[in-house]
Design a protein around this ligand. Structure first.
Ligand SMILES: [Zn+2]
Length: 622
């Protein structure tokens, strides 16, 4: 193992797993543990559990689990050594000098280092004389220097190798810069050149505040106006929200996020005190982005210019109301919602025609902006407007009937009961029908829309024999069981389940370890998940003494059965070789003896049927 147990224990003790997981999952206290929606599979009711006493997490839905290291590995796609270093750093635990530590690296860590160095270079350049043009641009856009620094804005100087030259001094190879999307390999000849030249750079950070990409804005006629990092191992388009790391605390405390389109809109909102603002980094909001927000708040407010609002909001609402595995629902609810706590509500705040949040805040001010937010209307209301309007402009009873059908269909897709009820009342009033009638039709449609559960069930750990599971749980909770059973287990084929066997092997290596600290000894994700599932069960109250006795008998029985099998095989082989049925007396005697003991043991623990068989067989033996 790369890191000593002592170091791992130090880190484990210093990390608050509720705090760590809470950065990604909206956790709520439930007795002695915390619950939330699993970040690793889609669910509507929380089955993701965090146990702070043991420092572990476990999802009863998809079966994944582990400790702080396992969580970081899964969430950030890190290798184990990377996860150890990341947690050690954030917990302030010093790691012993490491050489050759790169071997387990997935390369992400190196890329993150490159991005950090590049980010620093660009920031430095912005505030040096070379950055004058970019600073003038910030002035012109009304962006304060303080906000520019808060967001880590930078400037990529003109020239083909400014970054490359600087990085050579840091011993960063060109290949790493190319892999990070910061440099472009030359065609037809060796070497590379800077991707970003003469642009204002907006660093795009992940939720931990690490730079993973850049958006670069030109100042003049450069094309394109915005040049962004390509997709890299660090950055997938549509998975992140700009400024999510800065906005998260406000979003959580206000239980609401403001969602804008551009970098400058976002910065301007922060500058005016709306610090719970994020930007979508693209024209469409992806379900992944909304799912991310869903973990931190119950409400998202987005902004549309009054001219375009109706159309855009209706189109967006339709994008979001899409079929899912379990029928129709808001796409965002694929990441789920708390029982009874409603779903993520998306609202639209209207801005006057021709305005975006940036221009509105600078010319009209933050007070008016707050008023617009307060007046925001559910995005579904826009979808309702569209459903009510006849596409051909027809009126009369016939058109009303089809509008009724369209509205009922739309309502059928709305997962949030409260929201659906409000909308159906509004629609009923405008259609001149009884709201109950509309509601019943929507319910009927909802049932017929619901398709049988999809096959995309999260992969459950391969089935394991319950007896083996009980045995390993006993070993984890009782040191006496470890003393009594680890040795006989070593001579048996049990447990047959690979993950359970890995846990037993780890216990044999360190029988005095706390069960949760075995996490880092296990070789596979599956084994860690199995361990976490055993640890969250709280079996401490089981009567170890009785169980130990049962397992001892069981192990002895299977051991003798195996010996009997070996003997009978030896007899068969001897007979095949010699061609005669003699002289195998000694072996036969052994076989009989073993069988007899086996039957006795079986009689002691098994049901009457097996007992009956054993008795009759035994009498015929004598
Ligand atoms: Zn899960």
């Amino acid at each position: 193992m790369q890191y000593s147990q002592a170091v791992l224990d130090d880190i484990r003790a210093a990390v608050d797993i509720v705090d760590l997981v809470g950065r990604f999952v909206n956790l709520r206290k439930a007795g002695s543990h915390w619950k939330g929606l699993c970040p690793f599979h889609a669910e509507k009711t929380p089955s993701f559990t965090v146990n702070p006493q043991k420092g572990i997490f476990h999802c009863f839905g998809c079966g994944v689990g582990g400790d702080a290291f396992g969580f970081v590995m899964r969430q950030d796609r890190l290798s184990f050594p990377e996860a150890v270093r990341a947690l050690a750093k954030s917990a302030g635990v010093a790691l012993p000098d490491e050489h050759g530590a790169k071997s387990g690296d997935s390369g992400r860590e190196e890329l993150l280092r490159v991005m950090e160095l590049a980010g620093r270079f660009y920031v430095d350049t912005l505030w040096k004389p070379a950055g004058e043009r970019a600073r003038a641009y910030l002035d012109q856009r009304g962006i304060d220097a303080g906000i520019a620094r808060h967001f880590g804005l930078g400037y990529a100087p003109e020239g083909w190798d400014s970054l490359l030259t600087c990085m050579k001094a840091e011993k960063v190879p060109d290949e790493a810069l190319i892999a990070a999307g910061l440099a472009v390999a030359r065609e037809n000849r060796p070497g590379a050149y800077d991707r970003f030249r003469g642009r204002l750079l907006f660093p795009i950070r992940d939720l931990q505040g690490r730079v993973v990409a850049f958006g670069g804005r030109g100042f003049g006629d450069e094309q394109p106006k915005y040049l962004n990092s390509p997709e890299t191992p660090l950055y997938t388009k549509g998975n992140l929200l700009y400024a999510a790391d800065l906005a998260r605390p406000t979003i959580q405390s206000q239980n609401r996020a403001l969602l804008v389109e551009g970098y400058v809109d976002c910065m301007m909102a922060h500058q005016h005190g709306f610090t719970g603002t994020v930007a979508a980094l693209g024209t469409a909001f992806t379900p992944a982005q909304l799912a991310l927000l869903r973990r931190y708040c119950d409400e998202v407010i987005t902004f549309f210019d009054a001219d375009a609002a109706g159309q855009k909001a209706a189109a967006r609402a339709e994008e979001l109301l899409e079929p899912t595995g379990r029928g129709m629902a808001w796409a965002v609810n694929r990441s789920g919602a708390f029982e009874g706590a409603g779903t993520l509500r998306v609202k639209v705040a209207l801005l006057p025609a021709g305005h975006d949040p940036d221009t509105f805040l600078r010319t009209v001010g933050s007070e008016a902006f707050s008023e617009r937010i307060a007046a925001a209307r559910s995005i579904l209301a826009y979808a309702l407007d569209r459903a009510l309007a006849d596409p051909d402009g027809a009126t009369g009873p016939r058109a009303r009937t089809t509008a009724f059908a369209r509205v009922a269909l739309m309502l059928a897709k709305v997962a949030d009961g409260d929201e659906a009820a409000t909308l159906s009342r509004e629609a009923a009033a405008r259609l001149g029908v009884d709201p109950t009638q509309l509601w019943i039709e929507a319910q009927r449609l909802q049932t017929s829309l619901r398709t049988p559960p999809a096959q995309s069930q999260p992969t459950a750990p391969t089935s394991m024999p319950p007896v083996e599971r009980d045995l390993v749980a006993l070993l984890l909770y009782s040191s006496e069981a470890r003393t009594e059973l680890l040795d006989p287990l070593a001579r048996s084929d049990e447990p047959s389940h690979a993950s359970l066997r890995a846990i037993v092997d780890a216990l044999r290596q360190r029988p005095d370890a706390t069960p949760e600290s075995l996490m880092t000894d296990l070789p596979t994700d599956e084994a860690r998940s199995v361990l976490s599932s055993l640890l969250v069960e709280d079996r401490e109250s089981i009567d170890a003494r009785v169980s130990i006795g049962q397992f001892q008998r069981r192990l002895e029985r299977s051991q003798r059965l195996r010996r009997a099998r070996e003997v009978s095989q030896a007899i068969a082989e001897t007979q095949a070789k010699t061609g005669v049925a003699t002289p195998v007396h000694a072996e036969l005697m052994t076989l009989h003896k073993e069988s007899a003991v086996v039957y006795e043991i079986t009689g002691g623990v098994a049901q009457s049927l097996e007992h009956g068989t054993s008795t009759s067989t035994r009498s015929s033996d004598e």
